[in-house]
Design a protein around this ligand. Structure first.
Ligand SMILES: [Zn+2]
Length: 213
């Protein structure tokens, strides 16, 4: 079934129960692939679901706020608050404290977004970056799961809401650095160049922190 339609039916059927009204049940295998030409709203829901699966599977022990932004409605705007993710008995559960939307994702095991076992291995450093930087990195790695598995580890800093942190090996950060260089070569936008410059600087200081130890 079309995922948007499925979501609407779930909502309509549950109109008498506040919890059901706002619960989405999605099977990742029924989502359009990243390359599919689909309406923007279906693309947004598919991208969101994929990010939720990636964040939940990369580190199943972690239950809590992810870096993924909620696409629920808050009036005329998107909610954009960070959603909680975790693996439950029936699948991946996500919820948003701000707007109350929640959902269950099934059918993710073995898909390209299933990052089970892809946490960092060996000695790691901490890398910090921001939401707009994450957005650029995620968009640039639609077909690069190994790099997306690094970004999927990002979790919000407990006290600085705009800051995301993740643990990675220096080798992994070096691969991200190469990606950022490629993106730099491919753009002339001053704003985007500034953002990419900032990313290179934060990657360098994280990689240097390993040498300093
Ligand atoms: Zn929300």
């Amino acid at each position: 079934m079309d995922p948007e339609l499925c979501g609407r039916l779930t909502r309509a059927a549950g109109h008498a129960c506040l919890r059901s009204v706002r619960t989405w049940t999605t099977d990742l295998r029924h989502m359009p692939p990243p390359s599919a030409a689909v309406p923007a709203i279906a693309r947004e829901r598919a991208d969101f679901t994929r990010e939720v699966v990636e964040a939940a599977t990369v580190d199943p022990a972690v239950v809590g706020l992810s870096a993924v932004a909620c696409i629920g409605r808050a009036g005329r705007q998107r909610c954009r608050s960070r959603v909680r993710v975790g693996i439950g008995t029936e699948g991946i559960e996500w919820s948003c404290d701000a707007c109350g939307e929640s959902g269950l994702v099934t059918g993710f095991a073995g898909t390209e977004s299933d990052f089970t076992g892809q946490g960092p291995r060996g000695r790691t450093v901490v890398w910090g970056f921001e939401d707009d930087e994450r957005k650029v990195l995620i968009a640039a790695t639609t077909n690069a799961p190994a790099l997306r598995a690094i970004f999927a580890r990002a979790r919000p800093h407990a006290e600085l809401p705009g800051l995301l942190l993740l643990k990675a090996t220096v080798k992994e950060l070096d691969e991200v650095y190469t990606l950022v260089e490629e993106l730099t070569d491919a753009t002339r936008s001053r704003k985007r160049l500034d953002l990419l410059d900032g990313l290179r600087a934060s990657l360098c200081s994280s990689m240097d922190s390993d040498v300093m130890r």
